[in-house]
Design a protein around this ligand. Structure first.
Ligand code: NAD
Length: 322
């Protein structure tokens, strides 16, 4: 298959591109190298995909690129590009979130139409942030959506656009609501990345809120598998929760990290941040039924892999680690 992966230099996009290439597909990746985090990390993310002849990279912004030429002849589109991050989405930065998350998605969907709507699947990376704080857990796809951050508002708006293009024009979209993704190459603004770094540097781990907040964490390889199944198996028009089946407290994560690293954590508990939800927990029955999705990786295994990757990324000396 000919695949287009947007946001290919990012955390999820780079892993997905590697998997598609390993499966024998042709991958064109596009990325604007938005400077939300350092470019050298994204260059490193691309080392795997770049080792394949069947990979091409187009550097450019989805807001300004000619998208019809990008989409022409493509079978599967995996739209991972977005301005991520909940806390940074307040204030002046909101325009960037609207541009990258809403307008870019609409441009891409429209390019599909303009080129004759020939794609076989358009998979959109949505987010658990569309739910906000919900009184009843676990959430199903029928749970009302009440985002509590501007980021969540833009992810939901783009998800609605995908549904509209499916309902009105038959663009075969599938939206995947990822629940906190973790593993090697996780973005540096994300909690596990920061926790691993603090642990290895012997500096305090900063936890916002009391550490009893819970998350349903999803290992990166499970998210990649869900994307592949969305292209091969899922029904167009579907919206599905993609989660790891390991809802735990942040305190438990820190305990596990200490175990897998052999290091002792110093933790400081600080004020809850605006836009953070208290708990997330997904019902994944829909993804299981529609495409046989089941998370395969345990939190312990995933955390060990992420810790190892952070040690390698920053070049920490092994002697400081038990
Ligand atoms: P990331 O920041 O690592 O990757 C996103 C990439 O998209 C970046 O490399 C960025 O340069 C690129 N990009 C952004 N706007 C662009 C534009 N207008 N044109 C071209 N490139 C652009 O983020 P990630 O963690 O890999 O997230 C991937 C997707 O998954 C995003 O859509 C995000 O909203 C969604 N998601 C992620 C998580 C998570 O836990 N990581 C959870 C829920 C949803």
């Amino acid at each position: 298959m000919r695949c287009l992966v947007t946001g290919v230099a990012g955390f999820v996009g780079s892993h997905l591109a590697e998997r598609l290439l390993a499966d024998g597909h042709e991958v064109c990746g596009v990325d604007g190298f938005i400077d939300y985090y350092p470019r050298y990390m994204k260059e490193r993310n691309l080392e795997g995909p770049r080792s394949w002849d069947r990979f091409t990279l187009i550097e450019g912004n989805l807001l300004t690129l000619s998208l019809t030429s990008l989409v022409e002849g493509v079978d599967w589109i995996f739209h991972q590009a977005a301005q991520a991050g909940v806390r940074a989405s307040w204030g002046d930065e909101f325009g960037l979130y609207v541009d990258c998350n809403v307008l870019s998605t609409q441009r891409l969907l429209d390019a599909v139409l303009q080129t004759g709507n020939r794609v076989k699947r358009f998979v959109y990376a949505s987010s658990s942030s569309v739910y906000g704080d919900t009184p009843i857990l676990p959430v199903t796809e029928a749970t009302a959506t009440h985002p509590v951050s501007p980021y969540g508002v833009t992810k939901l708006a783009a998800e609605h656009l995908c549904s509209l293009y499916y309902q009105n024009f038959g663009v075969p979209t599938v939206s995947l609501r990822y629940f906190t993704v973790y593993g090697p190459r996780q973005r540096p603004d994300m909690a596990f990345h920061k926790f691993c770094k603090s642990l290895a540097e012997d500096t305090p781990i900063r936890v916002f809120d009391d550490g009893q907040q819970t998350r349903d964490f999803t290992y990166i390889a499970d998210v990649v598998e869900a994307n592949v199944r969305s292209a091969t198996t899922a029904t167009p028009g579907a919206v599905m929760n993609i989660a790891g089946g390991s809802r735990v407290t942040v305190r438990h994560v820190i305990d596990l990290l200490q175990e897998v690293s052999g290091l002792t954590a110093h933790v400081s508990y600080e004020q809850k941040q605006h836009g953070d939800v208290r708990d997330t927990f997904a019902d994944i029955g829909c993804a299981s039924q529609l495409m046989g999705y089941q998370p395969r990786f345990s939190l312990r295994e995933g955390l060990a892999n992420e810790f190892e990757s952070i040690v390698a990324l920053y070049g920490y000396k092994q002697r400081s680690i038990a």
